[in-house]
Design a protein around this ligand. Structure first.
Ligand SMILES: C[S@@+](CC[C@H](N)C(=O)[O-])C[C@H]1O[C@@H](n2cnc3c(N)ncnc32)[C@H](O)[C@@H]1O
Length: 299
């Protein structure tokens, strides 16, 4: 435990290259239950227009949305119980990511979408382009502005912290090898504030931002943290509801809706009970593993 803490104190700054390289290496291993993506989809009843998936990975959300592209003859409503009265008039789907491997996988899996290598930090889109921006399981891997500005961060995952297999450790060692401050601010992990400014900029007025974060007030958080093994190349930041809500508000978003969710990997059996309880005690949504926010670009 001491060695682990010492390692965490080693100061280094993980760069985007390291992050991209790390994701290239774990691309095939990334697995999140489809049910989680359905929970994300269900927070909006009227997906439409131009939609951006920022940090799209293999494109699981884009795959779901592609069924509703205007020109797609296979268009159908996937879960009529959850997504009622939807117009589903989707004009275009765009996904961006920095991992070449994940981009390649997304292009194969969602040929209907335009998949572009681009950085959330400086997106190659004009102001007011999209009706929706989605960030699923991405926000928590960005960094705080003070970490980024000082070039000091503890957010890379040391091999030992993975507690994992030699194979996993190798991934982190590779990431670490280059994870030193190179003096170029923009090569560092994108910051929370900058990401929100960019999302705000590319959304049309009234456009919607759907973002998921892991929840620090999750009922099983302490238990989970003791046991978990990291697999991502960047350590994730768990948010309290208030912390994320504050960030959204500060950057010009108005929260329209939120709900609890679970990625169904470790604690799946509990989640259905949580959801039942939440019908009677809505505060339960703030105590689940993940929180999905639907925010609107306020003007
Ligand atoms: C845990 S994965 C989630 C991928 C996808 N959204 C999903 O739900 O499967 C995080 C993704 O964020 C991407 N990412 C991290 N920093 C990024 C940045 N600055 N710009 C674009 N993508 C980034 C990674 O390459 C990776 O694909």
């Amino acid at each position: 435990m001491y060695a682990f803490d010492r390692l965490r104190q080693i100061i280094f700054m993980i760069t985007k290259d390291d992050i991209a390289k790390g994701y290239d290496k774990i691309a095939e291993k990334i697995y999140v239950s489809d049910t989680f993506y359905n929970e994300v989809m269900a927070i909006e009843k009227n997906w439409h227009g131009d939609i951006l998936d920022a940090g799209c990975g293999q494109g699981p959300i884009l795959q779901k949305l592609a069924k509703f592209l205007k020109a797609n003859p296979k268009s159908e409503i996937p879960n009529p119980k959850q997504i009622l009265n939807s117009k589903f008039q989707i004009r275009q789907l765009v996904g961006i990511d920095i991992s070449d491997k994940l981009l390649e996988m997304a292009r194969k899996k969602v040929p209907e979408a335009e998949i572009i290598k681009a950085d959330i930090d400086a997106m190659p889109f004009a102001d007011n382009t999209f009706d929706f921006a989605v960030m699923v399981d991405v926000f928590q891997y960005l960094c705080q502005e003070h970490e980024r500005n000082s070039g000091v961060s503890l957010r890379g995952v040391p091999p030992e912290a993975s507690g994992g297999t030699t194979k996993q450790s190798q991934i982190y060692e590779d990431c670490f090898a280059a994870a030193r401050n190179d003096g170029k601010r923009n090569s560092f992990a994108c910051g929370f504030a900058n990401a929100l400014n960019e999302i705000y900029r590319v959304l049309k007025p009234g456009g919607k931002f759907i973002v998921t974060v892991p929840n620090k007030n999750w009922l099983l958080f302490d238990e989970y943290i003791k046991r978990r093994k990291n697999i991502q190349p960047v350590e994730d930041h768990f948010f309290t509801f208030d912390e994320m809500a504050g960030l959204l508000k500060k950057h010009g978003f108005k929260i329209e809706k939120y709900r609890g969710a679970d990625c169904f990997r470790y604690y799946a059996p509990y989640h259905k009970y949580e959801m039942w309880l939440a019908m009677f005690f809505p505060w339960m949504h703030k105590r689940m593993k993940k929180i999905i926010f639907k925010a609107v670009k306020a003007v």
